[in-house]
Write a protein that binds this ligand. Sequence first.
Ligand SMILES: NC(=O)NCCC[C@H](N)C(=O)O
Length: 408
Amino acid sequence: MTSGIHVTSEIGKLKTVMLHRPGKEIENITPDYMERLLFDDIPYLPIAQKEHDYFAQTLRDQGIEVIYFEKLAAEALADEKVRHEFLERMIAESGYIAGATKEALMEYLGSMDVQDMVNKIIEGVRIEDVEIKNPDLQSLSEDTDWPFLMDPMPNAYFTRDPQASIGNGISINRMTFKARQRESLITEYIIKYNERFAGKVPVWRDRNHDTHIEGGDELVLSNHVLAIGISQRTTADAIQDIAKNLFKDSDYDTIIAIHIPHNHAMMHLDTVFTMINYDQFTVHPAILDEDGKVDNWVLHPGKDGEITIEHHTDIKAVLKEALNKPEIDLIATGNGDKIVAPREQWNDGSNTLAIAPGEVVTYDRNYVSNDLLRKHGILVHEVRSSELSRGRGGPRCMSCPIVREDID
Ligand SMILES: NC(=O)NCCC[C@H](N)C(=O)O
């Protein structure tokens, strides 16, 4: 077992990765709640689980250690005092700071085996699951059209987003939508109390903020350069905030903040742009103008803890300079075709998980993009994707690297 976090690139040989196997939370999505829960369709759980197991096995077959979010959480919460504090906070963030519902939830969840408790919190707690012995006004007047006392977390299998490994540290993210905000509370406890991480991992930015950042926007390009999307999910002021901490306390001295459209299909930078080799990237052509340019700002440490900011549009030139490469190969999703590119991007054709330089895991359904990657010399491992893709995330979104080998 390797302890702590070590991720100094997007492409260094992946050694340990954190996943979450989709569970019953997926079956708590209904058409009426889809939008609120950030889904566009309802995956068929048994097949989604098979696909996810196939994804995990594909990684293991390449010698990668797969660890599970839900198991790490249960280990972190083994101590009764820690579990009690966690439950209080999780229930408060679910809407119950005090009162009869809170007490009933504490009793219901607190009496479970710790793994069952974690799983149940992720699945969601329905009104009829819990007996409220001495109802108060809040419990009597609860919105009964909404069937949950605690909402399900169906997006938990996108382990990329609630946190991001950067160097030997982590950002524990304040997420944009309510549907995902409690996921990173679980991360907070994993990092603080799971012995694999406890006391070993600096937190570059915690979740106690009003401004948002999500891991799908945080790309570790090298041991001193990050790219971060300014997106539907990540605000410019959050980027500036994490930049300050990283510039002060880590080896990171360059952040390329890339502006992408603020919409659901392209919610994070990694839905339109990923690094797959020392000098190769996937890119969805819709983020570039006709000259192949996109607004981006390069942040560096300035004097007295200040930050310098330069505006650019030539992303190739910016990447060449930041990564010290003579050329950069931007590979267009769906070969840039008007129909194929948006279709394959919708199904996460740009969302590749690099497991080594020039070696990626992608969804099988994006066959045009996959063939193109092969033509550019990339080794592609395809995984099954009929159901998993309905949550709008691909192999990068479904994985949180914990340890990668350094690259030269
Ligand atoms: N990094 C990613 O792009 N993650 C995909 C997250 C999909 C999820 N349904 C969401 O809307 O947050």
